[in-house]
Design a protein around this ligand. Sequence first.
Ligand SMILES: Nc1ncnc2c1ncn2[C@@H]1O[C@H](COP(=O)(O)OP(=O)(O)OP(=O)(O)O)[C@@H](O)[C@H]1O
Ligand SMILES: [Mg+2]
Length: 435
Amino acid sequence: MSQLFIAHGHRDVDPLLQVHEAMRRAAIPTWYTPAGSKEIDPDSVNDAIDSAFGMVVLVSASSIRSKAVQAQLDRAIARGLKLFPIRADNARLSKQFKTALADQLTDSLGDDGALERLVEAVKERYERRCPVISVMNLKGGVGKTTVSSQVFGTWQAALGGRTLLIDLDPQYNLTQTFFDMEHADASSARDRSVISLFERSRLHAYDATSPSENWSTISTELFEPVDRETISHNLLTGENAPGGRLDLISGQFEISKYAFAPSPESLAIVGANFRRMIDYYRSEYDLIVFDTNPNATFLTRCALEAADRVLTPMHPDVYSLRGVRLLNQVMQEQISDEKRPDLSVLFNTVGRSEQSNFEADARNGTFDDQAGFALSETLLTNALPRSGHLVVRSPEEGEAPWKQLVVHKGRGGGLKKIRESLTGIATELKLLTDA
Ligand SMILES: Nc1ncnc2c1ncn2[C@@H]1O[C@H](COP(=O)(O)OP(=O)(O)OP(=O)(O)O)[C@@H](O)[C@H]1O
Ligand SMILES: [Mg+2]
């Protein structure tokens, strides 16, 4: 469960109580270091920041001078946490406070209605459900997995926010991007994997049978979501790991079993479980991304019904165009109006001149008829060029998962350009999802 972190100086006892009390009345859980105590385990403070949905910063002479508050603020910024600064006195801002907070620092606790405004802003954030983007095309090999890892890894690193990647493809290539097969399979052997979003598993109860063991039965038993740390893998770990939160719920072949489901009733329950789990994790993250399979299956429906936006990578060629056409058809015909996500199309591997021509024609609307919808209006302005840096490479043994991400690679020929493209795509998508 996510909570509001209140950062305060040791003299800010009254304002701390005031804020805490106001949040309690609004039923918003809070976390803060006990006033007056000096012996705080730094790990517990860090854990509290990492699981927070936002941080109220009491700006005062006492907090501005506090090393502990400075460290808390740094960690919150590195993790892309939403900040809610409010003045508790008229102290002059330090450089760090000025850079991080000055823009948003409009209220003092003593101002008329300031506390109510703070509670309102915090509450809105607390109740927010983060955007869900499904990377999808009913055509194989167009770069879905590459985009899922590299574009959204860049989003997390460059634009902040807590990000969860979910591998919904039974080929589980996204998982293999970050982990070797042994590690991935060991994780799914414990049900610490995507199947636990669909069915009750050993992750939910020690005595449960693993849903991956038996293809002919589907468990329709109800279950509660587990903590995000229990089901997901932190990709930003190991020596020199970058800050922030980028998690992965790993994939596995066994979710193919739903293609052979014995009854539509049991599938309906499994699908509802999936939507319920995604809805739960939406409050724990700022962005959720699905990597999906290239053919229309039950998993496609699940992804479409849980997503707000579909991001479709396509190659500049007629086969890819066909995949986009089919996908749009499925979205229009099979998904009800209130569940239908928006569509954005991204050109991947443009470079050669015939590809550039195809891209230009697509932007001019030449292919709208062939696509069966206004493709030209759904195209992202930014495109992903072909680059050797984006070619898949298995992780080396013992290598930290984040090292697979171009955004975290050091310097190298062409890296700057490809990073700019990735950041451009992420920024454009973020604007669309924020709108
Ligand atoms: N922009 C790019 N530049 C160079 N190589 C790329 C680029 N995008 C994708 N690739 C390569 O193309 C191949 C297919 O990409 P990827 O696996 O991401 O496609 P996919 O749509 O996920 O495939 P599938 O349908 O099998 O899931 C991979 O080898 C990948 O490294
Ligand atoms: Mg793939």
